[in-house]
Design a protein around this ligand. Sequence first.
Ligand SMILES: [Zn+2]
Length: 469
Amino acid sequence: MWREKVAQYEDKMIEDLTGLLNIRSVRDDSLADAEHPVGPGPRAALDYMYELAKRDGFNTHDVDHIAGRIEAGKGDEIFGILGHVDVVPEGSGWDTDPFNATVTEDRIIARGTLDDKGPTIAAYYAVKILEDMKVDWKKRIHIIIGTDEESEWKCTDRYFETEPMPDLGIAPDADFPLIHGEKGFSSFDIIQVSDEESETTPEVVLKALKSGERYNMVPDHAEAQLVVNEQMAFVIQSFEGFLKEHNLEGKHYVDNGQLKIEVEGKSVHGMEPFKGINAGLYLIHFLNSLDLDKKSKTFVQLGDEKLFDSHFGEKLGVQMETPELGRLTTNIGIISYTDVDGGVYGVNLRYPNGFEFDNEIEKLSNAIAPQFEVEVTKHQVPHYVDKNDPFVQKLLQAYRNQTGDMTEPYTIGGGTYARTMEKGVAFGAMFKDSEDLMHQKNEYITKKQLFDATAIYLEAIHSVCVEGE
Ligand SMILES: [Zn+2]
């Protein structure tokens, strides 16, 4: 019955979604001011949602033009629906205009169709259809619209400074059936601080090393520059042997009297570092076998002994696993060293509930002092909602009724928008068989996906906010 309800709105939905897609709502700090906190595009997309709401008879509440909400329902409890209307830049290689939506027989193609304008419109329409049905709401609905999800989440930060936290809620900005938990995560640097000069002349001096650019990716390339004072042939031979032994690609050449060596690895997302090959740490592992100058030896030794081939924090002594959120992981996404400044390891840590972050970081700092110190640049605590919570079960039931798919809710190592709500879960709108082109060229949503998602939201919101407890 819910899917039939949606059928009456299909043309209107596509029209409204197309209008939203055609706004290039990419963050642009060069055009930002108080009226347009992250640039004119995101603000225009937010205003567009307010216009839809006003047309359809809903109240809206703006929060400094960076976020806002559309209000529906009545009651003491607030059910939050959190979506975002900013998008990542289009990139290159599109077959159609990314900001002039193409509507074909079965799909809509444009930047933001999946992430997150399509799902936001689907959830909006679910509320609108219930409102048109004149249901007797038992809860208030806040459809919260953010405009900075793709960058810094300034939108939700600002919103929740002054606005009420929903008692429960969904973020239609990920996958079905439902993601009810997310690991805590942190990016931190292990920085070499002490200056140590070698008293004797070492066989090899490490001049520079570089690998990786992002904390949350496994680096697939690493390179080092070496001054080899003695035994050049031996060093090269060892390197070749090393590549062979570990089944790695790499190369070496002499440039300006310096030996340059490179290692290739395999890049994967930093939440599953064990699936990749960390080129940087392999290079460190090799370098630790050489007779190096004291400064670089100190750096290389730490990496080899505490970080290499240790994806679960084993060598750092921070291993942990819980049934709710799984295993702690560490990814060394950035490694850099120069003989002038010393070295840095950029670590991405993802950890389950119960891990005492501050305490563990202090223990680590103490263990590697005084040669190294730890600097935390980013930290978010784990997020977890019990999957047996009646509210989660109702969402799940709606998904199952509409799809027949019995997949269980799950937890992830990454972070979704849902974590900004105290009792928020990520709920759609990607299906198991959807092609995931989020942040890529030719992003599209199928009409089936859009309307099926709307029907699921419709049944779920009805179950939670109309049927009530
Ligand atoms: Zn998103």
